[in-house]
Design a protein around this ligand. Structure first.
Ligand SMILES: NC(=O)c1ccc[n+]([C@@H]2O[C@H](COP(=O)([O-])OP(=O)(O)OC[C@H]3O[C@@H](n4cnc5c(N)ncnc54)[C@H](O)[C@@H]3O)[C@@H](O)[C@H]2O)c1
Length: 295
C-alpha cells in the first residue's frame, strides 16, 4: 500500500488516477484549485472504493501552499511515497493573440509548479532514500504544433526536467517518471478538432493514462512513457524527420490547425475556468508569501 498525492485531482486524468489508486487499496490525497469539486471527488471515490481518499484545496502556483499541502498529506496518510504532478492547463489559439497573463499562467502551472513540486517532494524522498515523482507532460512535449505554442514549450520543459531528474535522483533512491498522454477525453480538449489519424492512433479515455501512472508506480518504473503506446508509431518517426517534412505531415494529417480552428462554443466552459482567473490575485498572494517568509 502506497501513500499518494495528486495535484489537479478534482477531475479528468487526476481524478481517474486517484480512483484507480484507491481501487487498488492505496491511500490518496488529491489537491486542486477547485476546492468544492476536489472535496466532492474525494468523497465520491472514498465511498465507492472504501479507501482513504482526502481532497484538499491547492493552488500549485503558490510554492508555500504547495509545501503546506505536502505537510498535510503526510499528516493525513502518515507519510508520502509518491507525488503525481498532474495539474495543467491548455489554452489554445494563435500565439500572437495570447495575452501575457495566459502565457504566464501556463508557465506557472505547467512548469514552475512541476519544478517546485519535484523539489519539495524530491528532498523529502531523498532524505528517506525512497519515493517516486510522476510528472504528467504530453505528446505535445515531444512533437510541437501551432495553436498551442506556449503549452508545447511548457511540456517540452517537463520532458527535459524529467529526463534530467531521472538520472540525477535515482542514485538517491528517487524514481522519476514522465507520462506523455496523447489526446485524452477530458474537458481540456473540448472543442479541439481531432484529425482522423490522430483520433485513431492517439485518442484515449483518462483511464488509459491512470492505468499507465498506477502501473509505473506499482512497478517503480522511471523514465518516459507515451500513452497510448501505439502513438509511438506516429511520434517516434515524426521526431526523426527534418522539420520541413514534419510540417508537411502535420498539414496532411490535420494536426497543423487543430489548436487554432477550435469549436469555440464547445471550448467556452474550459476557457472560462482556465483563462479568466484573476492572475493579479495569484501574483499579489505570492508576493505577500515571499515577504512573510523573508521577515
Ligand atoms: N486531456 C488531454 O488530452 C491531455 C493530453 C496530454 C497531457 N495532458 C495533461 O494532463 C494533465 C491533466 O489534464 P486533464 O486533461 O485531466 O485536464 P482537466 O482540466 O480535466 O483537469 C486538470 C485539473 O487541474 C486543476 N488545476 C488547474 N490549475 C490548477 C492549479 N493552479 N492548482 C491546482 N490545480 C489546478 C483543475 O482545476 C482540474 O481539476 C495536465 O497536465 C495536462 O496538460 C492532458
Amino acid at each position: 500500500m502506497k501513500r499518494i498525492a495528486i495535484t489537479g485531482g478534482a477531475q479528468g486524468i487526476g481524478a481517474a488516477t486517484a480512483r484507480e489508486f484507491a481501487a487498488k487499496g492505496h491511500s490518496v490525497v488529491i489537491g486542486d484549485i477547485d476546492a468544492k469539486l476536489v472535496a466532492e471527488t474525494a468523497g465520491a471515490i472514498a465511498s465507492d472504493t472504501g479507501a482513504t481518499v482526502v481532497g484538499l484545496p491547492l493552488d500549485v502556483t503558490d510554492a508555500a501552499a504547495f509545501a503546506t499541502f505536502l505537510d498535510k498529506v503526510e499528516a493525513e496518510l502518515g507519510g508520502l511515497d509518491v507525488l503525481v504532478n498532474n495539474a495543467g492547463i491548455m489554452p489554445t489559439g494563435p500565439f500572437l493573440d495570447e495575452t501575457d497573463g495566459v502565457s504566464d499562467r501556463q508557465i506557472d502551472i505547467n512548469v514552475r509548479a512541476v519544478v517546485v513540486g519535484s523539489k519539495l517532494a524530491g528532498r523529502r524522498f531523498a532524505e528517506r532514500g525512497h519515493g517516486q515523482i510522476v510528472n504528467v507532460a504530453s505528446a505535445a512535449g515531444l512533437v510541437a504544433a501551432p495553436g498551442v505554442a506556449v503549452y508545447c514549450a511548457t511540456k517540452f520543459a517537463v520532458v527535459g526536467l524529467g529526463d534530467a531528474l531521472d538520472q540525477e535522483l535515482s542514485p538517491l533512491g528517487v524514481t522519476v517518471t514522465t507520462i506523455c498522454p496523447g489526446y485524452v477525453n477530458t474537458q481540456l480538449i473540448a472543442g479541439v478538432k481531432q484529425p482522423w489519424l490522430v483520433r485513431k492512433i492517439a485518442f484515449v479515455e483518462p483511464e488509459a493514462i491512470s492505468n499507465a501512472i498506477v502501473s509505473s508506480v506499482e512497478k517503480n518504473h522511471g523514465g518516459l512513457r507515451l500513452v497510448p503506446f501505439r502513438a509511438n508509431a506516429m511520434v517516434a518517426p515524426m521526431r526523426l524527420l527534418p522539420a520541413a517534412v514534419r510540417h508537411l505531415v502535420a498539414h496532411a494529417t490535420g494536426v497543423h490547425d487543430a489548436g487554432i480552428n477550435t469549436d469555440e462554443s464547445a471550448r467556452q466552459a474550459y476557457r472560462d475556468r482556465t483563462e479568466h482567473l484573476d492572475l493579479a490575485t495569484t501574483r499579489s498572494r505570492q508576493t505577500a508569501t515571499k515577504k512573510q517568509s523573508t521577515k
